[in-house]
Design a protein around this ligand. Structure first.
Ligand code: NDP
Ligand code: MG
Length: 382
């Protein structure tokens, strides 16, 4: 029996994860669930999965849960989320909250040498140096859930460390792949929320439109697999069937393919190194869904998300945390219609310009850089 804690159980990844767990029968047990605002959904999830521990955003909602379920240990707020990372009974912690808020719970689980199924890329971007330092000290494991990184993780099994020439991250290109540069200036929130292939939370959907998501993923790949930025390539593949590839020094390329459904990488992160049959996982029909696979170069001048991320990644230290925090705020402001689409890049660029890089391998520095970047981004005026 494996005990799973799902951080962000009311989100897109969280709800898919619970479906996966349902299909895995009784070998996997839900030990803990967390939500921020969605009380109604977490109450349904509690009824269905019977967790011992729950965390929710506000103390008021925590009281409401306690009233209905007096036997559940209920926490709230940032501290509550962190407490769910500290449970001794956990076997697997799925970090699937959105944003850098996932860092501390993940660090706590590393200290307790747990398996972390990591969907929350912002954590690896902002705190990658610290996480890698801790992974040398503690026998925790991070299994990526992000589809590209799951694909790379699986493909890397096809060779040894020194044999890798490059990682090829595929990108759908987002909703604006075919828009011209002039039209992008007038992008509306509704346009940016229309992702061609994936159904996801609103923050990552906007990130996919700016290509910041792919930029975050380049930093994530660098931190997870220790491959230099020069050897990580992004390739536009609009069908999202090949989830990423590894090119080895003998020119062989190993790829992982599947339908664009996050349930596949979520389950692999739970069951690795085993592969398990599960009725909730859909198969790929090559003739119906993948008869034409196409590839294009990225236009890094039209959508600057990848370029800015690589700049932050190469500067290193606290710069990726600043890149991430400024972007989180910029996306929030864009979703509230307070800034325009292209302002997102400007907020990130300006936040990075005014930041003096310090070492990114301790939590104090990361939190300080994150807060400074957020304050700066909130004060941004067009
Ligand atoms: P969603 O927005 O759908 O869900 C986010 C989850 O986090 C919700 O459960 C939400 O709670 C919770 N949450 C948000 N803010 C806080 C907070 N301050 N404190 C505690 N909990 C909070 O996001 P996704 O599921 O789409 O994405 C989750 C993570 O996975 C992101 O890091 C994303 O980049 C990554 N990812 C997602 C993919 C996808 O297909 N969706 C693909 C690859 C990676 P509530 O809803 O109750 O307010
Ligand atoms: Mg991805």
């Amino acid at each position: 029996m494996k005990n799973i804690v799902v951080l962000g159980s009311t989100g897109s990844i969280g709800t898919s994860a619970l479906e996966v767990i349902k299909g895995l029968s009784n070998e996997y047990n839900v030990l803990g669930l967390s939500a921020n605002r969605n009380l109604a959904l977490i109450l349904e999830q509690i009824e269905q999965f019977n967790p011992k521990f729950v965390s929710i955003g506000s103390t008021e909602d925590a009281e409401k849960i306690k009233k209905v379920y007096p036997n559940i240990e209920v926490y709230y707020g940032d501290e509550g989320l962190k407490k769910l990372g500290m449970l001794d009974e956990t076997d697997i912690l799925l970090t699937a909250v959105s944003g850098a808020i996932g860092i501390e719970a993940t660090l706590e689980a590393i200290k307790r040498e747990k398996r972390i199924a990591l969907a929350n890329k912002e954590t690896m971007v902002a705190a990658g140096d610290l996480i890698n330092k801790m992974l040398k000290e503690y026998k925790a494991e991070i299994i990526p859930v992000d589809s590209e990184h799951s694909a790379l993780f699986q493909s890397l099994h096809g060779g040894k460390d020194g044999e890798v020439r490059k990682l090829i991250l595929t990108a759908s290109g987002g909703p604006f792949r075919t828009w011209d540069r002039e039209a992008i200036k007038d992008v509306k929130v509704e346009d940016a929320l229309k992702h061609p292939n994936w159904s996801m939370g609103s923050k990552i959907t906007i990130d996919s439109a700016t290509l910041v998501n792919k930029g975050l993923e380049v930093i994530e790949a660098h931190q997870l697999f220790g491959i230099p930025y020069e050897n990580i390539e992004v390739l536009v593949h609009p069908q999202s069937i090949i989830h990423s590839m590894v090119e080895f020094c003998d020119n062989s390329i190993i790829a992982q393919l599947g339908v664009p459904d996050m349930k596949l990488p979520i389950q692999y992160a739970f069951t690795y190194p085993e592969r398990v049959c599960n009725y909730v996982l859909e198969g790929l029909d090559f003739v119906k869904s993948a008869s034409t696979l196409t590839f294009e170069e990225v236009d890094n001048e039209k959508l600057k998300g990848i370029k800015l991320a690589i700049e932050a990644g190469k500067k290193g230290g606290t710069m990726p945390a600043v890149f991430n925090a400024a972007n989180e705020v910029a996306v929030e402001l864009f979703l509230k219609r307070e800034i325009n689409f292209l302002d997102i890049y400007e907020v990130i660029e300006k936040a990075m310009e005014q930041h003096i890089v310090i070492s990114g391998d301790n939590l104090g520095n990361i939190k300080k850089a994150d807060k400074e970047a957020r304050d700066f981004a909130y004060s941004y005026k067009k």
